[in-house]
Design a protein around this ligand. Structure first.
Ligand code: SAM
Length: 212
C-alpha cells in the first residue's frame, strides 16, 4: 500500500493563463482542471471535439451485444469498444443497461439500440455488414485461425444462455476463443476485448519500436 500514491489525483489541474486559442478546448475544464478518464492528448478538449476526432479515426468493425437480462458485462463491452475504436456499439434487447463498467466511455461512443435480434440483423444487412458471432459452441471455428472481415459486426451473447438462437442463425460464422481450463466460458466483457483486439491485430498496422 502506498497511501501517498493512492491519494494522487488523476488528470490535470487548471491551465495557467494565457490559454491557447483553440475552439476544441473547454473553458470550464481550463479553469477547473480536467480529471476525466481520457488520454492525455484530449486533456481540456470538449466532449464534442473528442467525439469528432474519434469519428475521423474509427475502425470499420461494429460490436453488438444481446441484453435480455441486464447483463453487467455490457459496460465492459462499451469500454473495450471505445479503447479499440469500434465504429458503433449495438445493444440488442432491453434498452436499459448497467453503465457502471463503461467508466463513462459511453459518452464518446455511438450506441444504437435494437429491440430484437431481427431488427439488428436487418440493420446489419442494410449496411452490408456480415455478423460474426463470438461464442463457444460445438460448431464454432477458432478465432485464432479465422480471418475476420474488415467490415463486420462482432456479436456477443450474455451470461448463461450465450447467443440467442435467432442471432446464431443470422451469423455468417461463429468464432470461439481458445480456452484450456475447466470453466465453460469466460465472461462476455473479457471475450469482447479479446475478439476486438484480434480484429485490430489483423487489420491495423503496428510499427515496430525503433531498435535501441
Ligand atoms: C458466459 S458466455 C455464454 C455461455 C456459453 N455459451 C456456455 O455454453 O456456457 C457469455 C458470452 O461470452 C462470450 N464468450 C465467453 N467465452 C467465450 C469463448 N471462449 N469464446 C467465444 N466467446 C465467448 C460469448 O459472446 C458468450 O455468448
Amino acid at each position: 500500500m502506498n497511501p501517498e500514491r493512492d491519494r494522487r489525483e488523476v488528470g490535470v489541474g487548471p491551465m495557467p493563463e494565457p490559454w491557447p486559442v483553440d475552439d476544441r478546448l473547454d473553458p470550464a475544464l481550463l479553469a477547473e482542471g480536467d480529471r476525466r478518464n481520457v488520454v492525455d492528448r484530449y486533456r481540456y478538449w470538449t466532449r464534442e471535439a473528442i467525439v469528432a476526432d474519434l469519428d475521423r479515426r474509427r475502425h470499420s468493425y461494429h460490436v453488438a451485444v444481446e441484453n435480455w437480462q441486464h447483463d453487467f458485462n455490457i459496460g465492459t463491452v462499451v469500454r473495450n469498444a471505445n479503447a479499440f475504436l469500434a465504429a458503433e456499439v449495438h445493444i440488442v434487447g432491453r434498452r436499459r443497461w448497467n453503465r457502471r463498467g463503461a467508466m463513462v466511455t459511453d459518452r464518446y461512443q455511438h450506441i444504437r439500440h435494437h429491440p430484437t435480434a431481427e431488427a439488428l440483423v436487418a440493420w446489419a444487412a442494410a449496411e452490408d455488414l456480415p455478423l460474426i458471432g463470438i461464442d463457444i459452441l460445438p460448431d464454432s471455428t477458432p478465432i485464432e485461425t479465422t480471418k475476420l472481415p474488415e467490415r463486420c459486426m462482432l456479436v456477443f451473447g450474455q451470461e448463461g444462455p450465450g447467443l440467442s438462437d435467432a442471432m446464431r442463425e443470422a451469423c455468417a460464422v461463429i468464432c470461439s476463443i481458445g480456452q484450456f481450463g475447466s470453466t465453460r466460458s469466460i465472461n462476455a466483457g473479457v471475450a469482447s476485448g479479446i475478439a476486438m483486439h484480434t480484429w485490430v491485430r489483423q487489420h491495423v498496422s503496428f510499427r515496430p519500436p525503433p531498435s535501441p
